[in-house]
Design a protein around this ligand. Sequence first.
Ligand SMILES: C[S@@+](CC[C@H](N)C(=O)[O-])C[C@H]1O[C@@H](n2cnc3c(N)ncnc32)[C@H](O)[C@@H]1O
Length: 445
Amino acid sequence: MFDLRHARVHGLAPMTATPLRPIHYLGNKSRHLRPIVSTVLGLAAPGTSVIDLFAGTGVVSRELAKARQVTSVDVQAYSATLAQALCSPRKYDARERTQIVERARNWLDALPSEVSALLDYESMVTDGANTEPSLFVLLTEEGSLTRTNATDPALSSAKADALAALTTAGAVITSYYGGVYFSYRQALEIDALMAAIGHSHATPAEATAVAALLGVASDTVSTVGSHFAQPTRLRARTGEPKVSSIVKTIRARSASVLVSYELWLRRYAALDPTKFACSTVTSDFRAVLGTIGDDVGAIYADPPYTRDHYSRFYHVLETIAVGDDPGVTTAPGSDQASRGLYRLSRHQSPFSIRSQVASAFNVLFESAGQRAIPLVLSYSPQGSGTRARPETRLMTIDRIAAAARARFSEVYVVPIDTSVHSRFNRTDLHGETPDDAEVLIVARP
Ligand SMILES: C[S@@+](CC[C@H](N)C(=O)[O-])C[C@H]1O[C@@H](n2cnc3c(N)ncnc32)[C@H](O)[C@@H]1O
């Protein structure tokens, strides 16, 4: 193992191939896999397993599983689906892929005619957006079938016509998110694929089939950053429609989900399975820390670092992964669905709550320290800070390192050079050393 005390993690051989990024995800570590994996494996004794405690997209779990048995943990269910698919991808051949898409098309063809009212309405306001953009904007604001107060009576009536048929068909994605995060056509195609792969809460489908659908949903959603914190605002502050955003949204909504799904299945088919399996756990990290076995040689921890809850940003992916009917939250002081259409039950992470973050770190350090398990912690730099809220990180690196030192005998803060270099280039004119480099905090018992 290299000497961590003087290490900057750099100069390592590049990864052999560009890793698959299964979804667009804030804080994913695709760009830093090599240094993270080398550090974790350098600390874990030969023959031991490792834990990826906040696995997110599962990209780190996959790299670790090339060398060790991995337990991939996250409180969000989509993470387990992605990690299983990345570590043990099912290779759907061309015939199987065509069959799934055929089944989805048959499901769409079998929908009662009442549903076409929605699609006809959508085509009409999309085609007419040039001359009457406000109707298209209203569709993105009020399109969810859970909202009963649409401004345009024609939209209200199309929704009312389709509601019973969609409920009977179990079209949860269309009913909740159609018109808002996706076009109705795209949402129906996602529902059709869920039916085609037999995915529901009661009968979960094979992980690769669901992971491919998560990839599609993440690529298809027409929001900045491809997340689901809230739909794109298509109005200026004055309330006027924003033409450039409308054009972008219409373009994103023309993409075919069925075509994209086949592509995602092919991407997974091209992945080699990892040498070791990833076992996945959907749970709060504290529950897992309470049950760690003697075979664990190191923990990699990449907890959230801002006030933004992942459960708010990726709730639609959670609904697809779980296959349930989650209900939606209402807007404050109203009986109408919230703008973001969040799931009724949503995880609140202590790492994203200022009054809880310090004790969350303490639990982490105490549990790993007591069991004498080395810990490698990523705590990302500012990320998407704004001028009004420049420091989005809830704890400073110094505070975290001090908390770790109370439980471990050696603690090093190791910058990951790729990130430092890219940021240096942007700040060296000011003669400042950037304090927002991507770092690893390495704690040894
Ligand atoms: C920074 S992301 C991890 C990114 C991941 N390393 C990757 O490369 O994709 C943090 C993750 O922590 C998860 N998380 C938040 N609170 C948690 C908790 N209490 N227990 C387990 N996981 C949690 C979130 O769902 C999110 O996926």
